[in-house]
Design a protein around this ligand. Structure first.
Ligand code: FAD
Length: 739
């Protein structure tokens, strides 16, 4: 059989079928198959040919190929399986837009051995039949948003016996490889079925050209529409917990002490907050006798095995270079053994020890990855487990309904004094929000659902302030300017938006990483991030926490722009040391309404460095710290012993960007962030800019809380997902137990 001829026949058949009767379901399938087949990378063709040859269908029988008689349900699943088995990361990413779903079965590859980061996509199958029956029209709690803040909270409230509705703008992509495969996380961040793309502005500015394609840069062609800088978020079930890089870093004790001190609420004390971490974590890399960790929660945490590092001299040399730059001297211990590496890399970044926060060292990175099948662990799994849980007699155990493709447009209040939130207006339909790359202007159908106890907004740092304002809660002047009736004049809504400053130094080696050679995409089993370095910049006073976290990324990563997922890993000979500046002083970023249309994105302005908060020289300190991060990254490259070749800097560019002034200007131009937070902050009772009290209640109204990353008054730690999961667990405790 000449497979390519067969393929051609299938394409022609489907095209003919389309012409003949374009409205039938068969034609829709054929059209989908056409799209999938035409984007099949050649690396998977041989595998597909073999599959077709052994299938019971005639090779030219499209209907049969698409029907259940074919192995793995459909052609699409078979193609995915072949891509996973046969293609490299680079090749596989070219298929990312081919994820038209004909069937929802996960693909499996149990035959392959493990290589670098070893992921076989043979995860256990989560139950399909999610309960969406909305078995009551009256819920006690309605939660808007299923991310790090809303997801765990919804599950906990349902487990406590309440009737809960979780409203979700997107749908569930939890069985796609984009969601499951840790190494596929950049792809997850750009997958149209999951993405919500916001835009802000700097040299990475994106424009939409008149032909609809995108241009990135500062010299757009005539007529191009200004978009801004890509800021990825996720609209799918699990929110950003379903596309993030899975790095799980415990925040600093000082982060919790700060909230405790400004609110006078001792339940925020670090010791108490540690309990929420223990509750949510299912640690898979330490013995269960270790204190300060959890071993039975919903979030699985693992480390990338050190044996994988030992397979590659380049990785070893990068770690050695980092250790030398950190003053560890030379590494008699680096004998190419796991024990030797264990002396250099500390193993428990999230330990509860008194000295943990202050330690400056190299660490292995905990990832939210399930070691059973090397798939992503996150709030989506907890939601699905809760919604699908049954009693021994098969009856439903918890009342958690999921309402997908539902964009909350407004929280509705009664006329009491103060007003009480009693329900939610929404629009129902797919891809209604303008940040969804598939959005084509659909209006959706309107709906309303009421809540007998509370409405909880967990829509994330951009959408929570947008929804509050659309509901009449925000700065009076802004609401007035849009003709929105004021329910509560809270000037802090949409102010205080914060993020980290991040900047990368990219090194290129003459040859590929050995562990990536010949390693097909389907065998990757981490998000790729295995090592970090914690370091204190010169701007930190004695006794304060390290403010720099240097993240080792196996790729060429310079920030977010359309196509970055592919660009950053299309070659296998790059390494980025990315600096994350913690505890930055900038709190001058804003989220403002662009219109009263809930389907519009808001205007998001990041006022970085000297365009933002310059009080007490905070901007100068932030810039200095980021500069020291860049210099440390360069030192880490310079000090490596080239066991398998040296790296030379290709970004920001060695001699082109070498003086302190040049490096600092580059940081101001190029720094990015991806931990947006603090835009509806908790604060003191006498703080006019406080939006929430210490129990997450929106000030000035009853029955409304905010539980997500926007609730932090100051951006916590070095990574924000884990602190947000902890905050979500705390909110559940507060609501269930009145704490
Ligand atoms: C590319 C990327 C990588 C990241 N990697 C890491 C990492 O490795 N480690 C880490 O600690 N952090 C990481 N983060 C950050 C972290 O994942 C997020 O900050 C965190 O998930 C925020 O949680 P949240 O609940 O505030 O918001 P989200 O997770 O964004 O959840 C909000 C949800 O609400 C939904 N929603 C919004 N508005 C509405 C509406 N009107 N109606 C219905 N639904 C609505 C959204 O679609 C979304 O699903 C990453 C972030 C990005 C963007």
């Amino acid at each position: 059989m000449n497979f390519l001829r067969t393929l051609g026949f299938l394409l022609v058949s489907s095209a003919v079928a389309q012409d003949a009767a374009s409205s039938s379901a068969a034609d829709a399938q054929a059209a989908a198959a056409l799209k999938i087949l035409s984007s099949m990378p050649t690396c998977g063709l041989q595998c597909l040919e073999a599959a077709v040859a052994t299938s019971p269908c005639a090779a030219t029988d499209l209907a049969c190929q698409l029907a259940s008689s074919c192995s793995n349900c459909t052609m699409q699943a078979q193609i995915e399986l072949c891509v996973v088995k046969s293609c490299t990361i680079k090749e596989a990413l070219t298929t990312k837009n081919a994820s038209v779903t004909l069937c929802h079965q996960p693909v499996r590859d149990e035959s392959e051995p493990v290589c670098l980061t070893a992921l076989t996509v043979h995860a256990s199958v989560l139950p399909h039949a999610r309960r969406q029956d909305n078995t009551t029209s009256e819920y006690e709690y309605i939660i808007i948003g299923s991310g790090a803040g809303g997801g765990p909270l919804a599950s906990r409230l349902a487990i406590a016996g309440f009737k809960v509705l979780l409203i979700k703008a997107g749908d569930d992509q939890g069985e796609s490889n984009d969601y499951r495969v840790p190494a596929w996380q950049p792809n997850a961040q750009e997958a149209p079925a999951m993405a919500w793309d916001f835009y802000e502005r700097d040299t990475k500015t994106t424009w939409r050209k008149t032909d609809g394609s995108l241009y990135v840069g500062q010299d757009p062609p005539a007529g191009a529409e200004y978009l801004g800088i890509l800021y990825p978020r996720s609209g799918t079930l699990g929110g950003c917990g379903s596309h993030n890089a899975m790095v799980m870093v415990y925040p600093f004790e000082s982060d919790w002490e700060y909230i405790q001190s400004i609110t006078g609420d001792d339940s925020w004390a670090p010791n108490n907050m540690r309990g929420y971490f223990e509750k949510l974590e299912r640690n898979e890399y330490l013995p269960s006798s270790i204190v300060g960790h959890g071993f039975s929660g919903w979030l699985r945490t693992t480390l990338t095995p050190l044996t994988l590092v030992l397979e590659d001299q380049k990785l070893l040399s990068l770690i050695q270079g980092a250790a030398s730059a950190m003053g560890q001297g030379l590494l008699t211990t680096l004998h190419g053994t796991v024990a030797g590496l264990g002396h250099i890399l500390l193993g428990d970044l999230n330990n509860p020890g008194a000295g943990r926060d202050q330690t400056q060292a190299l660490w292995q990175v905990p990832l939210s990855v399930d070691p059973k099948d090397y798939s992503r662990s996150g709030p989506r799994g907890f939601i699905i487990e809760t919604a699908n849980a049954v009693n021994s007699d098969g009856s439903r155990k918890y009342h958690l309904d999921l309402q997908m493709h539902t964009l909350a447009s407004k929280v509705v209040f009664d006329t009491g004094s103060p007003p009480k939130a009693i329900g939610v207006d929404y629009l129902q339909g797919q891809s209604l929000y303008a940040a969804d790359p598939r959005n084509a202007g659909a209006q959706g159908t309107t709906g309303y659902v009421c809540a007998s106890k509370e409405v909880i907004i967990s829509a994330g740092a951009f959408n929570t302030p947008q929804l509050l304002k659309l509901s009449g809660i925000g700065p009076k002047s802004e609401l007035d300017s849009f003709g929105i009736d004021v329910i509560a004049d809270l000037p802090g809504v949409g102010t205080n938006l914060q993020d980290r400053y991040e900047i990368g130094v990219v090194g290129e080696a003459p040859t590929d990483f050995a562990v990536l050679k010949g390693c097909t995409f389907g065998r990757l089993r981490t998000s790729g991030i295995a090592v970090v370095v914690s370091k204190k910049s010169s701007t930190q006073a004695a006794g304060t926490d390290p403010d720099l976290l240097m993240l080792g990324v196996p790729g060429d990563f310079r920030g977010y722009r359309p196509g970055y997922a592919y660009d950053s890993i299309k070659e296998h000979n790059h390494w980025t040391w990315a600096t994350l500046k913690a505890h930055s002083h900038n709190n001058a970023d804003t989220v403002r309404l662009r219109s009263t249309n809930p389907r519009d994105t808001p205007s998001i302005i990041f006022n970085s460095f000297d365009t933002g908060n310059t009080a007490n020289g905070g901007d100068v300190e932030d810039l200095q710290a980021a500069y020291e991060g860049v210099q440390l990254a360069r030192e880490m490259f310079d000090k490596l012993i080239p066991l398998d070749g040296k790296f030379h800097e290709i970004w920001p560019g060695g001699s082109n960007v070498s003086t302190e002034t040049e490096v600092k200007q580059c940081i101001k131009d190029e720094a990015w962030g991806h931990h947006a937070s603090c835009s509806a902050p908790i604060g003191a009772d006498d703080d006019p800019m406080a939006v929430l009290d210490s129990k997450f209640r929106v000030r000035g109204v009853n029955g409304l809380r905010v539980v997500d990353a926007s609730a932090f008054p100051k951006i916590p730690g070095t990574f924000i997902a884990l602190p947000t999961y902890m905050l979500s667990e705390k909110a559940a405790d507060v609501i269930i137990n009145g704490l």
